[in-house]
Every structure is written in structure tokens, then in C-alpha cells.
Ligand binder design. Sequence first.
Ligand code: ADE
Length: 227
Amino acid sequence: MIGIIGAMREEIDPILGKLSGVKTYLVGDNKYYEGVYGEKAVFAAYSRIGKVNAAITATILIERFGVKTILFSGVAGAINNSLHIGDLIYATRLVQHDVDITAFGHPLGFIPETGDFFATDPNLNKVAESIAFERGIKLGKGIIATGDQFIADGAKKTQIAERYKADAVEMEGAAVACVCASFGVPIFVLRSISDAADMDAGFNFDAFLESSARISADFVLDIVAKL
Ligand code: ADE
């Protein structure tokens, strides 16, 4: 069973619109949707924003619904200035940029007995690369930094770039990757750029959330078809 997570309704609606026979389940106070894409049974959910919500959703998909693969779809702010609005990037690794227990001598982003960088699944990443190649779609890859902050500030953006060598920033990916690492579930994280995490980020996010979310959702559905 494949699970698809987005953070916001706008990130999951383009996926739900393409599923047939959708059934809805309520777990806690959030909805989970079961449906079929082509011949593939999938569960999809939008977690709502942030690391805690994303971790709840990933855990429920794995533990309650028996999901064995998780695909994340959504938008991100560009940290690497070679990424532009609408560009796709998948995470090779993810890190929580807002974790700081340096007071105890640990590196930024590091949690004892958990680690700092979470790797995504090389086989899922290969499937994504092959789809991009076949269709002539530009697909970037790199480090995605996750935190419970919407980054709309040049200085914070530079800090995340320097500290983590991050290429993009968002608010859920590393939390889902942490859950997947804990349960041994392969994960793929795809993001389409909605803004440049700078002073215009709020405005651009509102303007490009829907279009960029759809670019990511369409690509993730292509991956579902190939699995
Ligand atoms: N998701 C999309 N853009 C973002 C940004 N600038 N900061 C955090 N998460 C985002």
C-alpha cells in the first residue's frame, strides 16, 4: 500500500481528484482518503502544516492503514538560488533546521539516538529520475531543510544554506522522514518551488501555492503508476 502525504489541502486536492472510489476515514481529528489510481490502491492525506501534524499523519498511515511506502508531495521555498518557481526538487536527505541542543555539545539539527540527516529511499529516487528522463522534465535533487517556521527573510535563508547546505526549505519533510526511518518505511519527498524564502515569500507563496502544488502532485502520481 502506498501513502501520499501533503501538508495542505491544495497539495492533496490535485491527487484526490484523480483517485477513484474514494473512501474517507477519520482518525483523531484528521481525514484519510483511500482510493485507486490506475490499478494502485493508495491512501492520501493532508497533514496540515508543521512537523507535529506531519509526524501524526505519517504514523497513522503506517500503523493504522498498513502503508509500506510514503510519497510526500508539496511546495517549498528555494534556498539554492538556481531553483525557480515551479521547479521540482526531490530530497536526497532532510534535516530539521530548527533543532538546537548545541548547549549540550551536539551539532545543530542533531537529536541523540535519532541523528540529524534522514536519507530518502534510493530506489524511489531512481524511479523519479527515470520518469523525469523519459518525459524531459527538469528534476533537481538535494538537501531539504524542515522547520516549524515559514522562512521569509534573507538572513534566515542564508543561515539555513550555510548551516545545512540546504537547497530548499519547508515545514514537514524531515518529520515524515524521521517517522519513516523509525518504522523502516521507504520515503520519497518531492517539492515544487513556490517562493524564494525571501522578503517576497509570503506574497509568492499565495500566488504560486496552487500551481506549484499541482506540478508536484502530477509527478508523484506518475511515480505511483510506476511502482
Ligand atoms: N513552504 C513553501 N515555502 C516555504 C518557506 N519559504 N518557508 C517554509 N516553508 C515553505
